[in-house]
Write a protein that binds this ligand. Structure first.
Ligand SMILES: Cc1ncc(COP(=O)(O)O)c(C=O)c1O
Length: 424
């Protein structure tokens, strides 16, 4: 029987959690005869118990039916993407025809820029953040070069101007005012990977469009973490991965959003046969006719064995509902932030904004002291079965995800930090 007041509080909070049963749908890695306090869903989400069977169904249909499984499988492969479309749209706040599951995040970002970054002699710049995720930075820079422009002038980089390097809307507005006529594309994240800051997508889209630019978002850290309303916010496109909060496994099939207003706009694109109209695709003609909507950007027939985990995951999100998950997330991360300030305020700074509207489930933390102290804490946490991740130069990211984390996991983290601080 627990008698420790904080432990009792964690247990009471977890007992009141209406989403508590979802944890049992996931496989939590073992640690020292128990389970890890896995707080790393921002990097790789846990495996749903149902995933293995979902993959086995497709392997068995392949064994039993081979090519015929395209039409006669338990989940016929030909229209398999339709099994994820509705739930994906629900999570993205989009119309079904605005989303598609395909490729990987960076591949989709390139495909989107082929269509939405159309530089000319005067309007050829891309507005990004200085601390953009390296893959985004490589993608935009290589696109700029590919079009014959110079990244030294055609990449406009926003420096975090707020506390701990977070980005203010005012700084985005300023950059658009100053460079607006030069900017062809605004490319920003939904949740910044290093600081955990949630950006105001609707306002950014409005400002970008008012300046005459197109706008796209990288939602790697937003999808499944915070509610998004891609259709209403007016973004031209968005891309995301599915191995983080979407729990679809390493290298999972990513997602892509193209706003409805571009569905039939005849935008230039890199095409492949799976983007061709479904009803005439198998006539095997030489002329490309795009499927209206996001599916028109598909290149290849999709990897069914990789879509099966996404289907499982999206069904879980549908049952849990992103609105209810957000409600729990606010409580869970709010409690963790309070505990950190109260119990380890002398050891840790919270980098993520304290305004709940400006953060998702992740808290980015910095050890007060040299980088080595941060590494030492990170290694101590790992050895203690408390799993977060480390991002250079000195940030520990801790993400209590509402689908499978409990208040007890947050308390384990805090207790482990306190033990480390007493020891070192
Ligand atoms: C914010 C962000 N953008 C892009 C990527 C790259 O994703 P991928 O390797 O799936 O293309 C990641 C990967 O973690 C990421 O966190």
């Amino acid at each position: 029987m627990a008698t420790d007041p904080l432990e009792l509080e964690a247990l009471a909070r977890d007992a009141r959690d209406p989403l508590a049963a979802f944890r049992d749908e996931f496989l939590v890695p073992p640690h020292a005869g128990g389970e890890q306090a896995y707080l790393c869903g921002n990097s790789l989400g846990l495996q749903p118990r149902a995933t293995r069977d979902a993959i086995m169904v497709e392997l068995d249909d392949w064994r039993e039916l081979a090519v015929e499984a395209h039409f006669r499988g338990r989940n016929p492969w030909m229209p398999y993407h339709e099994l994820v479309r509705a739930h994906l749209a629900e999570l993205a706040g989009a119309l079904p025809q605005e989303v598609v599951a395909m490729n990987s995040l960076t591949t989709n970002l390139h495909l989107m820029m082929v269509s939405f970054y159309r530089p000319d002699a005067t309007r050829n710049a891309i507005l990004i953040e200085k601390r953009a995720f390296p893959s985004d930075r490589h993608a935009v820079e290589s696109q700029v070069r590919f079009h014959g422009h110079d990244p030294a002038t055609a990449l406009i980089e926003l420096d975090g101007d707020g506390e701990h390097g977070v980005l203010s809307l005012a700084s985005i507005e300023r950059a658009l005012r100053e460079h607006g006529p030069r900017i062809a594309l605004v490319m920003l994240p939904g949740v910044q990977y290093l600081t955990g800051q949630v950006l105001p997508l609707r306002e950014i889209a409005r400002l970008a469009h008012a300046a005459g630019a197109r706008v796209g978002f990288d939602l790697a850290h937003a999808m499944g973490n915070v509610p998004v309303d891609l259709h209403d916010c007016g973004a031209d496109f968005a891309v995301w991965c599915s191995y983080k909060y979407l729990n679809s496994g390493p290298g999972a099939v990513a997602g892509c959003f193209v706003h409805e207003r571009h569905a039939r706009a005849g935008l230039p694109r890199f095409a492949g046969w799976w983007g061709h109209r479904q009803d005439t695709r198998f006539r095997m003609g030489p002329d490309f006719e795009a499927t209206p909507g996001a599916e028109g950007w598909q290149l290849s027939n999709p990897p069914i064995l990789a879509l099966a985990p996404l289907k499982v995951s999206l069904e879980i999100f549908h049952r849990a509902s992103i609105a209810r998950l957000r409600e729990k997330s606010l409580a869970l991360t709010g409690w963790l932030a309070t505990l950190i300030e109260r119990e380890c305020g002398e050891v840790l700074d919270i980098v993520t904004p304290s305004d709940p509207a400006q953060r998702g489930c992740q808290l980015s933390l910095r050890v007060k002291g040299p980088r080595d102290a941060g590494r030492s804490l990170f290694e101590h946490l790992n050895a203690d079965g408390v799993v977060g991740d480390w991002r250079e130069p000195d940030v520990i990211r801790i993400a209590p995800t509402p689908l499978y984390n409990r208040h007890a996991d947050c308390l384990r983290f805090v207790r482990s930090v306190v033990a480390w601080s007493k020891r070192s």
